[in-house]
Design a binder for this molecule. Sequence first.
Ligand SMILES: *[C@@H]1O[C@H](CO)[C@@H](O)[C@H](O)[C@H]1NC(C)=O
Ligand SMILES: *[C@@H]1O[C@H](CO)[C@@H](O)[C@H](O)[C@H]1NC(C)=O
Ligand SMILES: *[C@@H]1O[C@H](CO)[C@@H](O)[C@H](O)[C@H]1NC(C)=O
Ligand SMILES: *[C@@H]1O[C@H](CO)[C@@H](O)[C@H](O)[C@H]1NC(C)=O
Length: 391
Amino acid sequence: MQSRLMGSIEEGKAPSPPIRPSPTPAPARPLPLRLVQVILMCFVVGLGISIISMHAMKFLSMKYIAPIAPSIIQACFQDALSIESLVRPPAELSHSMNDTELLWRASFDPRMKEYPFKRVPKVAFMFLTKGPLPLAPFWEKFFEGGPSEHYSIYVHSHPAYVANFTPSSVFYKRQIPSQPAEWGMMSMCEAERRLLGNALLDFSNEWFVLLSEACIPLQNFTVVYYYLSRSNYSFMSSYDDPGPYGRGRYDGNMAPVVTLNQWRKGSQWFEVNRMLAINIVGDITYYPKFRDFCVPGCYVDEHYFPTMLTIQTPHLLANRTLTWTDWSRGGAHPATFGKQDITEEFLKKILESETCTYNDQQVSLCFLFARKFAPSALEPLLDLAPKVLGF
Ligand SMILES: *[C@@H]1O[C@H](CO)[C@@H](O)[C@H](O)[C@H]1NC(C)=O
Ligand SMILES: *[C@@H]1O[C@H](CO)[C@@H](O)[C@H](O)[C@H]1NC(C)=O
Ligand SMILES: *[C@@H]1O[C@H](CO)[C@@H](O)[C@H](O)[C@H]1NC(C)=O
Ligand SMILES: *[C@@H]1O[C@H](CO)[C@@H](O)[C@H](O)[C@H]1NC(C)=O
């Protein structure tokens, strides 16, 4: 009797119990020790694998993805501070800084002028446009001749305009956060400061060229880079014009910050080096005077930067512009050239139009850019560039 009872307990479930005790749950039994050990082991092994794979991922991405897309890595792994992470240009041109914040950030200037890393100085091409860039294919051709580490591009157009460049274009995603800008108004100078401010965020930008949608290059990239990088002076046009459109626009309320003798006029289209660009974005002395006392009748974009830089750093200015313009027809606006104007003779005439000084020497290469060109000029320009302009 006892042995039968023992037997039935030891065997657990009998093959077919006479009466099945239906819905009552079986009493909870503690997990066997063996099972607990297996679960724990699985957990430890799993944890180990995930730690190892995280490190492997980081190593592999540093080695293979980082050179292509540093920003991805930067976003995924917060590295310890390194010189590379501090001087890397922003991955995206869009940002949420307002002008005050942008110019403050852009005005940072290292006191040590020797860089403890490999810095290849770049030319920042800054396009100030209303909307589209109809001559973009011509510029694309020009930039084909430039190694990408030698230049960067920034476009400021009306905020309502949406650019539609394809990813293969040098203008793709080069649009900066913008505000409306009106010709002859302070909003124009603010747009120029905004372009300089955005371009200064890239530590490698050393020379800053302001261009419009009606500008074209007159030389190939090699010549432009060489000309700018070897110059001892920045190409800001600045002169004292005694007439009504020069001194006649001066307002005595600017004194003593700006006196009549210091008042200058110049072309809007300039080239400045990094130091002068920082002076322009960081200016809080002259800005309020020009904002308040150079108002219509006075075209502020022709006076603010030439006057300010002539007061601050006259010895660093070439006092001439690199952009050829035809004012011979008279009036407030220069001549615009279209399809029928663009001939070999016309381009040669521009190239040989005058002599000037370059690093205190007389030279015949005076202009790297020219304006104004209509969209219809594109086709003949593309045809003639290889023969006449060297690109
Ligand atoms: C930018 O934002 C700061 C902080 O809110 C403010 O003090 C400054 O006036 C703003 N600047 C502009 C131009 O809106
Ligand atoms: C100007 O540039 C020339 C040639 O690039 C150079 O030899 C000369 O030393 C420079 N002068 C000054 C004052 O920097
Ligand atoms: C430019 O003009 C300033 C005075 O306005 C002068 O000091 C400077 O030497 C000029 N630059 C050159 C290259 O002649
Ligand atoms: C650029 O133009 C110059 C002068 O026109 C020429 O000597 C040079 O070969 C050109 N360089 C390239 C890369 O086309």
